[in-house]
Design a protein around this ligand. Structure first.
Ligand code: HEC
Length: 140
C-alpha cells in the first residue's frame, strides 16, 4: 500500500515535469457535440478501449495505470466537472469534465493525439469512466 502511494506521487511528479498541455487541446469545440448512442453499448465499447494497450503510443492501456482504482485521487469521487491536480498544473484548468479527463490522459500518459470530440471512442471511454470506474472508486 505504502509502495503504491509513493509510486503514485512519483508518477504524478514525473508526468507534471514533462511540460505543459495547451488547454485548447482538452476543450470541446462548440461545433463538436458528444456522439450519442445507447448508454449500455457505450459503456461496453468503453471497457474494450480501456483495456487496449494500442490506443496510445506509450504501450500502456488506461487500465495499465488505473487497475483497481490506482493513480486516481480523491477528486475522482466528486461529480464532474471538478478540479484535477494534473490538469491544473499542466494546463492551468481550474475544472475539467470526464471527456476532457479522457483527452488529458490520451495526450499525456498515453502519448497520443486527443480523440475526435464527436467520436464514438471518446463517448464510449467517457461513459465507461463515469459509470464503472468512478462508481467503483466512489464506493471504496
Ligand atoms: C501512465 C499512467 C496513466 C495512464 C496510462 C492513464 N492515466 Fe489516467 N491518470 C493518471 C494519473 C497520474 C492521474 C491522476 C491525476 C491527478 O489527479 O492529478 C490520472 C487520472 C485520471 C482520471 C481521474 C481524474 C479525476 O480526479 O477526475 C481519469 C478519469 C483518467 N485518469 C482516465 C484515464 C483514461 C481514460 C486513460 C486511457 C485513455 C488513462 N487515464 C490512462 C495516469 C494515467
Amino acid at each position: 500500500m505504502t509502495r503504491n502511494l509513493i509510486h503514485g506521487a512519483a508518477l504524478t511528479l514525473l508526468l507534471s515535469a514533462c511540460g505543459s498541455v495547451d488547454p485548447q487541446l482538452v476543450t470541446r469545440p462548440a461545433d463538436a457535440p458528444p456522439f450519442e448512442a445507447d448508454r449500455t453499448e457505450l459503456v461496453a465499447a468503453g471497457e474494450v478501449l480501456w483495456k487496449d494497450a494500442n490506443l496510445g503510443t506509450s504501450g500502456l492501456a488506461c487500465e495499465g495505470c488505473h487497475v483497481n482504482g490506482a493513480q486516481f485521487k480523491s477528486t475522482f469521487k466528486e461529480a464532474y466537472p471538478h478540479k484535477v491536480a494534473m490538469a491544473k498544473s499542466m494546463a492551468d484548468l481550474e475544472s475539467i469534465d470526464a471527456s476532457q479527463m479522457v483527452q488529458f490522459c490520451m495526450i499525456v500518459p498515453m502519448k497520443a493525439e486527443p480523440l475526435p470530440w464527436s467520436s464514438r471512442e471518446l463517448a464510449a471511454l467517457t461513459a465507461y469512466v463515469e459509470d464503472v470506474e468512478q462508481k467503483s472508486f466512489q464506493s471504496k
